[in-house]
Every structure is written in C-alpha cells, then in structure tokens.
Design a protein around this ligand. Structure first.
Ligand SMILES: CC(C)(COP(=O)(O)OP(=O)(O)OC[C@H]1O[C@@H](n2cnc3c(N)ncnc32)[C@H](O)[C@@H]1OP(=O)(O)O)[C@@H](O)C(=O)NCCC(=O)NCCS
Length: 338
C-alpha cells in the first residue's frame, strides 16, 4: 500500500482518474453505512469545491493497493476563520478494511494538520439505524472525543400540499414576509445573509465542538451560491424579512444535484434569536418544501441533519413529516504534541 497525493483541480487524464477513484472509494464506503441515499458528493461537485472555494483549501490523498484506490483522505483547511482546525474525511473501501489503511491515512492527516499549523482535528462518523458505526471505535482509538450527536432524517416528497400550505400561513400576528430565490441570491439579501451565516455558526447548537464564529461577507455569500450552481446543483433559499425593519431575520437552504435530483439536501436553517417564537422555522421550511415540489417534481426526498438536543428544529421537522434514519457523530481531537 502506498499513499498518493490527489489533485482534484488538474485536468490531466491521470489526475482525473485518480480523483475519480478517490471519490468512488468514499462513495463505496458511505454506501456500506446506509440503506438508501448516503449523501455522497459527486466527482463534479467535489472538483468544483477544490477549484473555486476560497474559504477552504483541501489536501487530498489516496491509499493505493495495486494501483487501485482502497481508501481516501480529504483534509479541509478553513481559510477565513477557524484557522486552528483541520476537518478530516477518511474512508476505506469495505473490502480493504482492518488492514491498517485507516491508521496510515490518519497518520497522514496528522502530518497535514501539523504542516498547516492546525492544532484541532475534527471528523464525523455516521450510519443508519441498525448498522454499526464502524468509525466510532476507530475515532476513539485515535484520541478523538465525542463532541456532538446529530440525527439524520429525511422528508419524503411530494409531501401533503394542503398541510404544508397551512403551515406557511402561520404568522402568529408578527409582520414577517417570506421571499424565495433559486440559484442566484438577490443582491439586496447579501449583507443580511452574511450576518445570518455568521450567526448560523454560533446560534445553532454546537455540543462540545470548539468551532468559532465564522467570518461572512456579502461577497462570500454570493461566491458560495455561485459555487453551488457551478458544481451542478440547484440552490433554493427562503428568507424571512421583518417588515418593520426591512432586515432578514431567518433563512433556510436546500441544494439539489441536477444530475440526480431524486435526493435534495437540507442545509442551514436559522432564525435569529430575537425573531424566534413566531413559527418562522416551520413557515420557511414548509415554503421551501412547496417551492421544491413545484420546481423539481422529480425530487423524492430531502436529507437533513440536526443536533440531537436541538429540540425546536426537531419539532419543526416532526411537524413537516420528517423520518429519522440514523445518527451522525461529530468528533474532535486536540493535537497535544503541537
Ligand atoms: C473507520 C475506517 C476508516 C477504518 O479503516 P480501516 O482501514 O479498517 O482501519 P484500520 O485497519 O487501520 O484499523 C485500525 C484500528 O481501528 C479499530 N477499528 C477499525 N475498524 C473497526 C471496527 N469495525 N470495529 C472495531 N474497531 C475497529 C481497530 O482498533 C483497528 O485495529 P485492529 O484491526 O488491529 O483491531 C473504515 O471502517 C471506514 O471507512 N469507515 C467509514 C468512514 C469512517 O467512519 N471514517 C472515520 C472518520 S474518523
């Protein structure tokens, strides 16, 4: 076994083949942990992240056995904030497990973190209910501590339209208006959306994760939306505007791969603390579900992940009709020899 550097930005045929093997290894590993959709990213999406993201730099490695990719390691290095962190994604194909490949890739992850002055490693492991979270023992053995447990759920589509319409009407007398955008975010959203993204990184339950507040600007929000579209996904956002101040006080976001639109991904949802208690979370998510049903009727489910102690978001999801599929564990490790 040898470990090779992977360059997802290169157009050289040999580099592209290696990157495809790297992505296929991740997908095969994830498929072994899930009954249905695993949430694996496609080659095009992952290449686009490596080509155009300025908020993260990626260090990618492949574990090669007889020149086939048996395992993959991606270390994402935040550039704007959290510059002490390194996020580790590490997968070994099921047929190559328990032969030391995971250990070798984790040693490589530590070396990358040291080389980039990162003192905190973060990783996640997950599995559907009834399956083993094979990464749990591995993570503990490598000195990671459990920092947060998330529930993975899905909303089956098409959902009950009249029920969703009723949820969107629930305004509890407060003066909020909802706006919907596809793919390109309106320019007059961007400054407020930057505040919402920054607050997303602190106001959503963090468990014991030491993630610091993220730095967001209007430019970063626009660039991020552009990258989602360039990577081949539709982007749907719903925001809530307080008509008294004209400020945005909440948002929710779903992305759907155009090549495989059957499964969409619920990403952030946030209502600013000061605007909570008005049913905005449910109203925004119901509005998003209706917009998705209208625009992309081929989407059959939306996957979502929420902290297990996020009672209000989980209650919203229950009302929407979400079903829990499994759990995801978030791990953190301080590199003590730093
Ligand atoms: C976790 C994973 C990366 C391990 O890969 P691997 O190549 O099998 O790991 P190794 O052979 O180097 O195992 C190292 C040690 O981890 C522990 N370990 C690994 N898999 C384990 C399992 N299924 N059950 C119990 N312990 C396990 C063992 O202590 C093992 O040493 P041993 O085989 O001498 O007992 C692999 O199972 C995988 O891809 N899982 C899905 C993704 C994931 O959870 N990644 C971890 C992110 S931190």
């Amino acid at each position: 076994m040898r470990i090779a550097v992977v360059d997802g930005r290169s157009d050289e045929p040999a580099d592209r083949r290696l990157f495809e093997g790297f992505v296929a290894a991740q997908a095969a590993s994830m498929a072994s942990l899930h009954d249905g959709a695993s949430g694996a990213w496609s080659v095009d999406e992952l290449r686009e992240m490596r080509r155009s993201r300025t908020d993260f730099v990626y260090a990618d490695r492949a574990a090669l056995v007889d020149e086939d990719v048996a395992g993959m390691l991606a270390v994402a290095l935040p550039q704007h904030d959290n510059r002490d962190k390194a996020m580790v994604m590490l997968h070994v194909r099921p047929e190559h497990r328990r032969r030391g490949i995971g250990d070798a890739l984790m040693a490589e992850a530590e070396a990358i973190a040291h080389a980039h002055d990162r003192s905190v490693l973060m990783a996640s492991t997950d599995s559907d209910a009834g399956r083993d979270d094979v990464g749990e023992t591995f993570a503990r053995r490598h000195g990671f501590a459990l920092a947060q447990t998330m529930l993975a759920s899905h909303l089956a589509l098409p959902a009950d339209r009249p029920a969703l319409e009723q949820m969107t009407a629930n305004d509890r007398a407060a003066p909020y208006e909802l706006e919907v955008a596809w793919d390109r975010l309106p320019t007059d959203w961007l400054a407020d959306r930057a505040v919402l993204s920054a607050r997303m990184s602190t106001d959503a339950p963090q468990g014991d994760l030491s993630w610091d507040e993220e730095t967001w600007t209007a430019e970063r929000v626009a660039e991020d939306a552009e990258r989602v579209v360039k990577s081949g996904r539709r982007l749907l956002e719903v925001v809530a505007r307080d008509t008294a101040t004209a400020r945005l006080v909440g948002f929710t976001r779903i992305t759907v791969p155009i090549a495989e639109p059957e499964v969409g991904y619920q990403q952030d949802t946030l209502v600013l603390r000061e605007a909570r208690g008005h049913g905005l979370g449910l109203r925004m998510k119901a509005t998003a579900a209706l917009a998705l049903m209208d625009e992309m009727p081929g989407t059959r489910k939306v996957l979502t992940w929420n902290a297990d102690d996020n009672g209000s978001m989980l209650a919203v999801n229950r009302k929407l009709g979400c079903t829990v599929d499994g759990i995801q564990r978030e791990w953190e490790r301080r590199l003590d020899t730093f």
